[in-house]
Design a binder for this molecule. Structure first.
Ligand code: GTP
Ligand code: MG
Length: 730
């Protein structure tokens, strides 16, 4: 049943009121769809008082100097255009830029190779962050009409590994060694070592020295990891493990490579083939008794808590301080962090160093991958996911957010810093909040940090609350699901106890941060459904051929001895052992963040971005999908043929927009315009994408966790939505 408001996105949550559901974009949508539709059939040459945009071909009013749809400058300027120049065809005769525009608007047959990576080194500055640079149409003309300039169509590929790829994929950057799994028993000297394993081993030892948390004893904090997550991946018995993070780039390449080569019909045990299975309807799945929650013996509920927010807002400092106050970091360890941080001239980062472990993170003073730590409250086993705030590492933040049940959104209260973080273009506060909402996170604790810098001012707190509050409401967070906490991580105010600072306690009588976390409701889990665990990281033991898949169970339950299937390869094996928070455990249920050691499975078939599932209920693997998306504020127009990054759970794939199906009414979700020429910011729409290689995916109605998607371009999240239909299964 269609729902009111942004009903098409309502399904992110169940409990939202319809009134709250309206993303407030509709108030300022400045595109008159009716007008646009009316303009469409007009014959351009016959139109007086209009000019046609060379890029999106929209007929603009004579008075407009930039295109009303895509913002491109009018060219030639008003009063100097001929009818022919106003048309795409006309322009094509004159300049190469129109060829570009034309090529963008040509319909793309699904078999057409990826298009439009422009090989124009001399003019690369012209192809700006947002695809076509606004206001630079003259330069573009010059560039494209220059004789030396040639437009070559190269297949789309992601940029050369970005810093976050280097980290999340564990590639060794020039400045730091590769990440290694933490909490792994020291390697035996006599075991076979993989390429570069000695370097990794050294780093493991070094970093184990730096952070005693990682060595045996207190294992509350776990690092290493991929998909940008330093995940729990300790294997009890293995001697020489490498996390997929250490070879993740290879792994992701081999994932796509392997998937590319896979025969879809093969039934053999050949590891390069996907074994076809006829899935049984999930409604037939009968959970065994052990799978269901034992409410009596297990009183603490699992809560996956993401810490997000703009860069430098104090997320890691807050996390480190919290862990220290809760006894998860000993005084001795803290001393060492303080001493080492001071030595590097970064004394203020001592608490952050508990989470920011790598040399590069410490040197740069920023978090690059998601750190995972554990602590308990009265009601929860909390899995803390400390995310990076820097814009270069948003994909890593997404990897953390995909596991979150709730979040702490950290805001820097200091003058100028809040404003910078909240800036629509340069700040990450809004993007992080949207990502959370997109992943169905409803409960958010807004921690307004660094209150010490603003003298614990109530006025400052109220102002920030007002701005962030109205933005969060526009993203359809319910007021009742938000908790506002003023605090200072640095001065330990309002973290685990009521503030001692009178300037704060004089006006704030609410809960402290720890109590607020304790009050979060842990969501209902799909324990009775068949197993589904998107794999965020893989730990391999080279000596024993052992492999562990790490991630959060989205549905079902497993225990040692359970049969499992790894998709997309279709390999089947058995669960050998389980670990949660570095401790062996006997059962993992939906919501648990675990490392699952597998046996009987070719280790090369287990990859980050894949999914562990019940052998009778394999997840879908697909290349062509229908999506319902909301184009985010500030995004560049999405055109037919647009090349985007497609994100779903821990998988990332190159995607081409192959069909713009319709623009939807934000209130009713009904189509208002079929086959639009482009999708612009704030519009919700149906579209179809072709993925370069298949990914494990489900429709949103089948599995929320595997049906939520993000589209990114030029380092920005430009749209979020859900899979409404799998058009082509692999
Ligand atoms: P990224 O992970 O890179 O996004 O940064 P972050 O949000 O984790 O910030 P981090 O914890 O690294 O802290 C950044 C700086 O803010 C450090 O210098 C901290 O000492 C400082 N800081 C954090 N919390 C507070 C606070 O409550 N008061 C003051 N005065 N400074 C703080
Ligand atoms: Mg940090």
């Amino acid at each position: 049943m269609p729902r009111k408001g942004f009903s098409n996105f309502d399904d992110y949550d169940d409990g939202f009121d319809d009134e709250d559901d309206a993303y407030d974009y509709e108030d300022d949508i400045d595109i008159d769809i009716q007008e646009e539709e009316a303009a469409e059939p007009k014959e351009e040459s016959a139109q007086q008082g209009i000019w046609r945009c060379a890029i999106c071909t929209y007929d603009n009013d004579e008075s407009m100097s930039v295109c009303d749809i895509c913002g491109v400058l009018r060219h030639p300027v008003a009063g100097n255009q001929s009818i022919n120049q106003n048309t795409v065809e006309g322009r094509c005769k004159e300049s190469v830029v129109s060829k570009l525009a034309k090529s963008l608007f040509e319909s793309v047959p699904s078999s057409t190779p990826k298009r439009a990576a422009l090989d124009l080194p001399e003019h690369e500055n012209l192809v700006m962050e947002q695809g076509i640079s606004r206001g630079n149409i003259h330069d573009l003309h010059k560039a494209f009409s220059s004789k030396s300039a040639c437009v070559s169509i190269a297949p789309f590929k992601f940029d050369a590994p970005s810093p976050d790829d280097l980290v999340s994929n564990g590639l060794t950057s020039s400045r730091s060694g590769s990440k290694v799994p933490r909490n792994i028993p020291e390697a035996n000297a006599d075991t076979t070592i993989q390429n570069s394993a000695s370097t990794k081993q050294k780093e493991k030892q070094d970093s184990a020295e730096q952070n005693p948390l990682k060595k045996g004893g207190d294992n509350s904090l776990i690092k290493g990891g991929s998909g940008g997550i330093k995940s729990a991946k300790s294997l009890p018995k293995a001697s020489n493990e490498t996390s997929s993070s250490s070879t993740n780039m290879e792994a992701s390449e081999s994932l796509t490579g392997t998937m590319n080569k896979m025969s879809l019909t093969g039934e053999t045990k050949n590891s390069n083939n996907i074994k076809t299975r006829i899935p049984i309807s999930k409604s037939k799945h009968k959970p065994e008794e052990w799978m269901l929650l034992d409410l009596e013996s297990d009183t603490l509920r699992q809560l996956n808590l993401a810490i997000v927010g703009h860069v430098d807002s104090g997320k890691s400092t807050l996390s480190g301080r919290l862990l220290h106050l809760l006894g998860k970091i000993s005084q001795k360890q803290m001393h060492k962090f303080e001493k080492d941080a001071k030595l590097q001239g970064k004394g203020s980062f001592a608490y952050a160093w508990a989470l920011d472990e790598s040399a590069e993170e410490r040197e740069r003073g920023i978090t690059m991958t998601v750190a995972v730590a554990y602590f308990n409250t009265k009601r929860h086993h909390v899995v803390l996911l400390d995310s990076p705030g820097h814009k270069d590492f948003v994909p890593n933040m997404i990897a953390g957010a995909t596991q979150a049940d709730a979040a702490i959104l950290v805001i820097d209260a200091s003058i100028g810093a809040f404003e910078a973080g909240f800036d629509n273009l340069k700040g990450q506060t809004r993007e992080h909040a949207r990502v959370l909402r997109g992943f169905g996170v409803e409960q958010v604790i807004v921690a307004i940090n660094k209150m010490d810098i603003v003298g614990y001012s109530k006025d400052r707190f109220d102002l920030i609350k007002q701005h962030i509050g109205s933005f969060l409401h526009s993203c359809r967070f319910k007021e009742s699901s938000l908790t506002w906490i003023p605090l200072s991580a640095m001065e330990n105010q309002n973290l685990v106890a009521a503030p001692s600072e009178s300037r704060l306690s004089s006006w704030y009588q609410g809960p402290c941060l720890l109590d607020a976390v304790d009050s979060v409701k842990s969501p209902d889990r799909d324990v009775s459904k068949p197993l589904l665990m998107p794999i965020c990281d893989v730990v391999r033991s080279s000596s024993q051929g052992q492999v562990s898949a790490c991630g959060k169970l989205e549905a079902g339950a497993v225990r040692p001895g359970s049969k499992v299937m790894v998709m997309p390869s279709g390999e089947q094996g058995t669960v050998r052992s389980l670990e949660r928070d570095s401790q062996a455990c006997t059962i993992a249920r939906a919501g648990d963040n675990v490392a699952i050691a597998l046996q009987g499975i070719d280790a090369n078939q287990v990859m980050a971005g894949g999914v562990l599932c019940h052998p009778d209920y394999p997840v879908s693997v697909a290349t062509r999908l229908e999506l319902m998306v909301l184009v985010l504020e500030g995004a560049t127009p999405i055109l037919l043929g647009s090349q985007l990054e497609f994100h779903v759970h821990h998988a990332k794939e190159a995607a081409t927009v192959v069909k713009l199906v319709s623009v939807l009414d934000p209130k009713t979700g009904e189509p208002t315009k079929k086959s639009p020429r482009c999708l612009t910011a704030k519009q919700s729409a149906m579209l179809e994408v072709n993925l370069q290689y298949p990914v494990c995916v489900e429709t949103f109605s089948e599995s929320r966790a595997l049906g939520r998607v993000f589209l990114r371009s030029s380092g920005r999240t430009i749209a979020m939505g859900k899979v409404t239909r799998i058009i082509q299964e692999s």
